[in-house]
Design a protein around this ligand. Structure first.
Ligand SMILES: [Zn+2]
Length: 412
């Protein structure tokens, strides 16, 4: 069974790659997920590194030494981290993990990129009003695809990785509220769609006229915007759910088709990425991190699975392993793991990824891990090594030691 930990990149201040790999082992884990770049400059609080306890992540800067020749036809060139100097974090971890017998997976954020979306607005999602998004890139845009394909070629082709993890795939959607008010569910839905020229072209391939869909989206948005903000706020706790959405889909077939089109084109894109990755490294485990089927995801957009284009069932043919990311309590972990495992019907593996930071209590670590396994998770994952305190890493070690399952690195 694999027990995963993760690091956000150059966030193990003062520890060499060998010390990180040994530290992962010491915490009872046998697999490490490394973020190869971050789509947003999250601020971290790192209690185990008192010399750098408050650390802000760089945005869209890569933590390895890219082979620039691979990007020569791309609109975007990868920009190196300014923290790492000449260090190639992925190369050093690959070697250290191999020595330590720890599996290594490299995480690539595919469709989110805060700095890229702002520097290259032509690549960003274009909403129903023609306004550019500042976080999400459109996966139907050939320049976005070319850049991420080159990145996968670069990472998988040049480094001895055991696995590749797609993150933010595709996760194009609005958050629950804007600065100046709440999005009700229909507005959040139609406001999450991309209507860029590349989506229009892709829509034709799937038999959908995006001009017509956009006209309906505008009408649905108009109805929502007519209701004063204070009324929407007053009903806030009822409107954040998806209550109105089944009716919307029954009444508005174009909106339903638009959601289907998003799934079809996204799954096709992931299939393309998989073919490339497997051609470079046939034994590679091709993974993606998904939000839970029923609860909101924990990140800044409060993602919902159906709106963020993440279905365990629809992607099961194109992914070897799906990380079901549930940063909530043990009951939620059990529920969401059961749902995900049921959806994939044995056609791909599900590994539940849980919270090893913040509100997680040390005595809860074993409960979380057992809840995931009871729900059918094949292995467990915790985020993360760099943000966990000693008491949580020790608790993970104690749980790992107590299970009779062999903690051997390997596929599956
Ligand atoms: Zn688009």
């Amino acid at each position: 069974m694999n027990i995963w930990l993760s690091i956000f990149g150059p966030t193990t201040h003062g520890e060499s790659a060998a010390q990180v790999a040994a530290g992962v082992r010491r915490a009872g884990a046998n697999a490490l997920l490394v973020f190869t770049s971050l789509y947003h400059g999250y601020r971290l609080l790192q209690r185990r590194y008192p010399q750098k306890a408050i650390y802000t992540l760089e945005t869209d800067r890569v933590f390895w030494q890219p082979d620039q020749a691979l990007y020569k036809d791309c609109a975007i060139q990868p920009q190196r981290s300014r923290e790492l100097g000449a260090m190639d974090l992925v190369a050093e971890l690959a070697e250290a993990c191999k020595t330590e017998g720890v599996l290594l997976s490299a995480l690539v954020p595919v469709c989110a990129g805060e700095r890229l979306a702002q520097e290259y607005p032509d690549l960003a999602v274009t909403n129903l009003y023609g306004a550019k998004d500042r976080l999400f890139l459109c996966y139907n845009n050939p320049a976005v695809r070319a850049y991420r394909m080159a990145m996968i070629r670069d990472l998988v082709g040049r480094y001895e990785l055991d696995a590749l993890m797609l993150d933010k795939i595709p996760q194009i959607m609005l958050e629950q509220r804007a600065f100046s008010g709440l999005f009700d569910a229909p507005l959040r839905t139609v406001g999450s769609f991309c209507f860029c020229q590349h989506c229009q072209a892709a829509g034709k391939k799937y038999g959908l006229n995006l001009d017509e869909a956009r006209a309906r989206a505008l009408e649905i948005a108009r109805r929502s915007l007519k209701i004063p903000a204070h009324i929407v706020e007053a009903l806030g706790h009822q409107l954040v759910g998806d209550t109105e959405i089944p009716l919307l889909l029954l009444e508005e077939p174009l909106i339903r088709r638009m959601l289907e089109f998003r799934f079809q084109s996204a799954v096709d894109f992931v299939g393309e990425l998989k073919r490339l990755a497997k051609s470079l490294r046939p034994r590679l485990i091709f993974q993606a991190a998904f939000v839970p089927p029923a609860h909101i995801g924990h990140d800044m957009t409060s993602p919902r699975a159906w709106l963020t284009i993440q279905s365990y069932k629809l992607y099961r043919e194109v992914l070897d392993e799906i990380f079901c990311v549930v940063h909530w309590d043990a009951q939620t972990v059990r529920f969401e793991t059961e749902r995900s495992v049921a959806a994939v019907e044995g056609k791909t593996r599900v590994v539940t990824s849980m919270r090893l930071y913040g509100a997680t209590r040390p005595e809860e670590v074993a409960e979380l891990a057992e809840a995931a396994l009871a729900g059918g998770s094949q292995g467990v994952s915790f985020l993360g090594y760099d943000v966990a305190g000693d008491e949580l890493l020790n608790a993970l070690r104690a749980w790992s030691d107590s299970c009779d399952r062999p903690a051997q690195a390997g596929q599956g």
